[in-house]
Each structure stands twice: as structure tokens, then as C-alpha cells.
Design a protein around this ligand. Structure first.
Ligand code: MG
Length: 383
């Protein structure tokens, strides 16, 4: 039975995959993309997402999103849109679950700090690190390093990258050089990510008390849905009113994305996946919704991501990551043996590969592991 028979002609199909880096026999009871998804779920990097920050540090509260719950929400949104557009649900699920695997502890603060530390050694970028995680860092299989995922999943994980890096990456880098689009499934996972984090950051922002509903009332998109809710349920208040409002916002974004993308796909006249690659981006919000979404983003940037209490955590996070990196560079002997590189005659090269190992070590840390490791290195009575 062809379990992908219902897919649109321009969807990515398992049996037409560009393949894996190491040849493997086809799976017998699932598709290639289902196998990718399963490998991702069983990886150590995936489990670590549970203890990595999205915006709030993991120990700040039990109800805040972590990278794990965020990734699951992204997968949920992406799958329901994929089903509507007859795209490959298994592929969007695999990409969504893997999209944040390369994130450092402490969210963007951690990534920025590590990138600054790595300036002389090729930089650090979480997208590239997600790919590096599934291509090289996971050690689960006897025959190869990494998870040996299909080209399509790997391409979806690499949302963006510099031309310089694209040239080094081979197959998955090619589209950046040739200015092509990735599959619709990859385009979709990317926007599902945006829908998920904008809405759950508002939710978590309110929950934490760093944002207030009065502030949000200034955002037209929020106010409109709040009005709708108050009209439908007179007297509704508190958490229930907020949840009902955010639920409707997510729904509005999803419906708009489905309608707009469907129209763009028809208008572009794409028939095959290769048409998709040569067309402009087809998965998109309407112009009007694009404006609403960017106002929401701007609101979050100004009021939540730069809130002084978030700044305090960001500043601590930056210090922890930077101090760990500097201490390990100064004395690589402090590193667990797996991360120490063999010293060669080429001092410059040794230093570069040592720096990359340290970046891998730090990027793999959960928030609490990084805090603990920092204590172990800097506090004399901590072992
Ligand atoms: Mg994300």
C-alpha cells in the first residue's frame, strides 16, 4: 500500500527522496521520513530539549515552554497545515521536531554569547549546529556518526546559512548558492515555528507577569480576538479568557496560512517538487496577516525579550557561556576527555578544532547542566 498516495504532486515523497549520506536498506514498516522522525525522537539531543530555555530559564516555572514543548507545538501546527495542503506530514513533523536541536542553553542569549566566543574560529549558528547534531554529533549507530537522515529532512533543518558556509556544506548548501527554495514542507515548518513562538511567548509572558493584558490591548490583533471572546462568553475573565483569545489567534494565523499558500501554489502552477524549488516562496501569510504578525513580534521584542528581568537572566547566561568557553580554551585539560583534541604540530589548526569541540560541548548543555558546570569550575567548594 502506498501510504503517501494522497499527497499532492508537489509534495515531497519518501520514495523519491534524494537519499541518505550513507546508503541503508529502505525501512519495511514505515516511510523514510517516518524513520527520520523516529530517529530524532530517540536522540539524546531531543531529550535535552526538555531542559533548554525558550525564553524563560527552565527552573523559573513548571508551566513555561521549554524547547521540547515548543518543538512539539511546532510539529502539531505544521502537521495540521500539511494535512490541509496535502503535503507530507511525516516530513514536516521530522523537520519540526529537529529544528531546534542545535540550540545552546539559555536561548538566544546563549547562542549570541557562543557566537561571539567563536568569532575567530568560524562562528556559531544554531541552525548549522542543528544540522551538525544530526549529521555528526549523535552517536547511536554502529555504521555511521549522526542519525543519517534523508536529504529532505536535513535541508529543512538548515533554514538559512551564509554563502560561505553553504559552499562547505555540499548538497544541503546548494539551494542557497543557486537561490532556490526548499520543499514546501521545509517552508511550512519554518512558519509553524513562528506561529508557535509568537503565541506561546505572549502566553508565557502573561503567565510570568512580565506582560500585562493592558499592554496587549494595544495590539489590534490581540484586541480583536479578545473582543470576540468577550462577546461569545460574557463575563469571561482570567486565564480562561487569555487561553481562549490565544487559541483563536493561533487558529486565525493557521487558516490564513493555509488559504494564502493554497492560492499561491495554484497561481504559481507548480506540479512537481522541482517546480517548487524554482518558484518563489509559496508557503506564506497574506500581506495583511504578515503585518499583524510583525507587529506582534515587535511588541514581544520591545516588551518581553528586553524586559529588565529577562535582561538580568540574559546577562547571567552570557556570562556563564563566555566564562565556560574561556576557561576551557585556556585549559583544555578541564574538559571531559571526549572533547579534548589531540595536539598536533599545527598549533593554529589544533586551536581551531579545540574551539569547535568546546562549542559542541557547551551547545549540548542543558540550562541546569551549564549552571552546574559553571559552579564546578568556578566555586572552590563545588565538585
Ligand atoms: Mg523554534
Amino acid at each position: 500500500m502506498d501510504i503517501e498516495a494522497h499527497l499532492a504532486s508537489y509534495a515531497a515523497r519518501s520514495d523519491q527522496s534524494a537519499g541518505r549520506r550513507y546508503d541503508e536498506p529502505s525501512p519495511s514498516s514505515r516511510t523514510e521520513f517516518q524513520r527520520d522522525r523516529d530517529r530524532i525522537i530517540h536522540s539524546a539531543a531531543f531529550r535535552r530539549l526538555e531542559y533548554k530555555t525558550q525564553v524563560f530559564v527552565n527552573h523559573e516555572g513548571d508551566l513555561f515552554r521549554t524547547r521540547l514543548t515548543h518543538s512539539i507545538e511546532v510539529a502539531q501546527i505544521a502537521r495540521s497545515i500539511a494535512r490541509n495542503l496535502h503535503l507530507n506530514e511525516d516530513l514536516v513533523e521530522a523537520i519540526s521536531l529537529a529544528h531546534d536541536l542545535g540550540h545552546t542553553p539559555f536561548g538566544h542569549a546563549g547562542q549570541d554569547a557562543l557566537n561571539a566566543c567563536m568569532q575567530d574560529y568560524g562562528g556559531f549558528e544554531h541552525n548549522l549546529q542543528s544540522l551538525r547534531t544530526v549529521d555528526a554529533l549523535e552517536q547511536r549507530y554502529g555504521a555511521f556518526d549522526g542519525l543519517n537522515l534523508t536529504f529532505e529532512t536535513r535541508e529543512g533543518i538548515l533554514k538559512h546559512c551564509s554563502l560561505k558556509n553553504a559552499r562547505k556544506l555540499g548538497d544541503v548548501g546548494l539551494r542557497f548558492i543557486e537561490k532556490q527554495q526548499p520543499s514546501l514542507e521545509a517552508q511550512l515548518a519554518n512558519l509553524a515555528d513562528e506561529i508557535a513562538y509568537n503565541n506561546h511567548d505572549i502566553d508565557d509572558g502573561l503567565r510570568s507577569g512580565l506582560l500585562t493584558t493592558t499592554q496587549l490591548d494595544e495590539i489590534d490583533f490581540y484586541a480583536r480576538h479578545r473582543d470576540e471572546v468577550e462577546l461569545a462568553y460574557p463575563g469571561i475573565t482570567g486565564r480562561r479568557a487569555i487561553n481562549e483569545t490565544i487559541r483563536r489567534m493561533i487558529n486565525a494565523l493557521i487558516v490564513d496560512l493555509i488559504d494564502t499558500s493554497r492560492r499561491r501554489i495554484v497561481d504559481a502552477g507548480v506540479v512537481t517538487l522541482s517546480d517548487v524549488r524554482n518558484a518563489p516562496q509559496l508557503i506564506a501569510f497574506s500581506d495583511h496577516m504578515q503585518v499583524e504578525a510583525s507587529l506582534l513580534k515587535r511588541f514581544l521584542r520591545e516588551n518581553l525579550y528586553r524586559h529588565y528581568q529577562v535582561n538580568r537572566m540574559t546577562s547571567k547566561a552570557r556570562r556563564i557561556v563566555t566564562e565556560l568557553f574561556d576557561a576551557f580554551m585556556e585549559e583544555p585539560m578541564l574538559l571531559p576527555p571526549d572533547y579534548q583534541v589531540t595536539i598536533t604540530d599545527d598549533a593554529e589548526k589544533t586551536r581551531h578544532s579545540q574551539a569547535r569541540q568546546i562549542a559542541d560541548y557547551i551547545a549540548g548543555m542543558t540550562d541546569r547542566y551549564a549552571i552546574r558546570e559553571h559552579k564546578r569550575l568556578f566555586l572552590i567548594d563545588e565538585m
